[in-house]
Design a protein around this ligand. Structure first.
Ligand code: UD1
Ligand code: CA
Length: 452
């Protein structure tokens, strides 16, 4: 049994941001959300998140994750001070406490399991995760005796020039026997370069301290500034793309593609260069996406193609072709075997099976049936300057080029709209509507000559 505590109260000054550091996003999830995900499979008996800087925002961002307990650290006086706030919440607890920095988004569950195992097998008072880095700048340095027993942790800012040469660093993950930690927490002193209460000072006061090296040093990148955020993004992207390629997805020019790890992709999907898949997106088998496309929070059925287009918050059924240069947004639903073509925008619109909107159109707040053909340049005028209005288009209805459908409007089944019409009144089934001025031809007319 283990209780988990996540440190998420700091401001993250080095990010130079109005957003608290732990809410910065990496691959579709916030940093702290990633840490929480990494501990989930350990089935902790409690998960305590220490919040402070903009705590309302941080809590709101994690609202959807059940079973988190928030502990306030009203002023942020350091990582040791943060853990001191747990004392009233863990009274009488005699088990282990796994502590993780909230800015450690790439840590793997497996690594945490190894840490816990070493901790328990060796009956340590505390076991900490360490790594050997070529460039240890910014991290606390860990000094051990030969057998991985930790003697001292010195923060980068407190290091002497000689200490700074030590490349073994503290990753910011600790498994403490809680009663031992609880005993020393009240004694922490802030006599260091940052005038903070360091959790790392508690480490060497509790008894037997063991260090465990992480296998893959990329897991322990701590995010303190935008450079480290970019480094972590690159590491995560490599992980995600390797996973999908091994699962049968073709990526053409993987370096130019980004995929959030909230995305699901079936085998035999081809993703072309400069294509980005974000949020809760599901791509079914046989799809061909890109080049140059963005798909966010959307579901694409089998064999859908998307070229140079943007699809957000939408559902597209099988065999539909999208693009080039289409934009689907605001809860669009497109049926089977449709064609959404060049320079077409669909917003909050439903389209039945085998319907086409192939050229230069805008459909907003529209429900159209199956086998509908929206002619080139058809526009729904859905906004009267105050409110949005609905347009309904029946099955097999066809609009001529350059027609304007002024909402609210209903066109029945099998309606034909003559090219260039501005339709303002409902049209019943099986009708032709012509709503334009009649052509006038003045034969023999010539422009009168003026002047000499
Ligand atoms: C910390 C460690 C350092 C380690 C590094 C790993 C200490 C003293 N130092 O340094 O040894 O190498 O992490 O990345 O612990 N936080 C609070 N309350 C506070 C201060 C911080 O909750 O009062 C939280 C932050 O939100 C953050 C985490 O603690 O998630 C770590 O704080 P940060 O300031 O980033 O510590 P580092 O200087 O990186
Ligand atoms: Ca940090």
């Amino acid at each position: 049994m283990v209780v988990v505590a996540i440190l998420a109260a700091g401001r993250g000054t080095r990010m130079k941001s109005s957003l608290p550091k732990v809410l910065h996003c990496l691959g579709g999830r916030s940093l702290v959300e990633r840490v929480i995900k990494s501990v989930e499979p350990l089935v902790p008996s409690r998960q305590l998140v220490i919040v402070g800087y903009q705590s309302q925002e941080v809590k709101a961002a994690m609202q959807s994750i059940p079973s988190l307990e928030f502990v306030e650290q009203a002023v942020q006086l350091g990582t040791g001070h943060a853990i001191q706030q747990l004392l009233p919440h863990l009274q009488g607890y005699t088990g282990d406490l796994l502590i993780l920095n909230g800015d450690l988004p790439l840590i793997r569950t497996q690594t945490l399991q190894q840490l816990l195992q070493t901790h328990q097998e060796n009956q340590n008072a505390v076991t900490i995760l360490t790594a050997h880095l070529d460039d240890p700048k910014g991290y606390g340095r860990v000094f051990c005796s030969g057998d991985n027993l930790v003697q001292q942790i010195v923060e980068d800012k407190d290091c002497t020039a000689a200490q700074r040469q030590n490349c073994r660093i503290n990753a910011g993950v600790y498994c403490f026997r809680w009663p031992s930690l609880a005993e020393v927490l009240p004694n922490l002193q802030a006599n260091n370069a940052q005038k903070e209460y360091y959790l790392t000072d508690a480490v060497t006061q509790v008894g037997k301290v063991m260090a465990v090296d992480v296998d893959d040093y990329q897991e322990i990148v701590g995010i303190n500034d935008r450079l480290q955020l970019a480094t972590a993004t690159a590491i995560l992207q490599t992980r995600i793309k390797e996973k999908w390629m091994m699962a049968g997805v073709t990526l053409i020019d993987p370096g130019s593609i980004t995929i959030d790890d909230t995305v699901e992709i079936q085998p035999d999907v081809v993703i072309e260069p400069q294509t980005h898949l974000r949020g809760h997106t599901v791509i079914e088998t046989g799809c061909r996406l890109g080049p140059g496309s963005l798909i966010e929070n959307s579901q694409l059925g089998e064999n859908v193609t998307v070229h140079y287009s943007v699809v957000t918050d939408s559902i597209v059924q099988a065999e539909t072709r999208i693009g080039p240069y289409a934009h689907l947004r605001g809860h669009v639903q497109v049926g089977n075997g449709c064609r959404i073509g060049n320079f077409v925008e669909l917003k909050n619109t439903q389209l039945g099976d085998r319907s086409n909107v192939a050229h230069l159109s805008y459909l907003g707040d529209t429900t159209a049936g199956s086998q509908v053909n929206i002619g080139a340049g058809t526009i729904t005028a859905n906004y009267d300057g105050v409110k949005k209005h609905q347009t309904k288009i029946g099955d097999r209805t066809k609009t001529g080029s350059n027609s304007v459908l002024v909402a609210p409007l209903t066109l029945g089944d099998d309606v034909y709209v003559a090219a260039g019409s501005t339709v303002t009144e409902d049209v019943p089934d099986d009708s032709l509507v012509i709503a334009r001025s009649r052509q006038v031809v003045k034969q023999g007319w010539r422009r009168k000559e003026t002047g000499g």
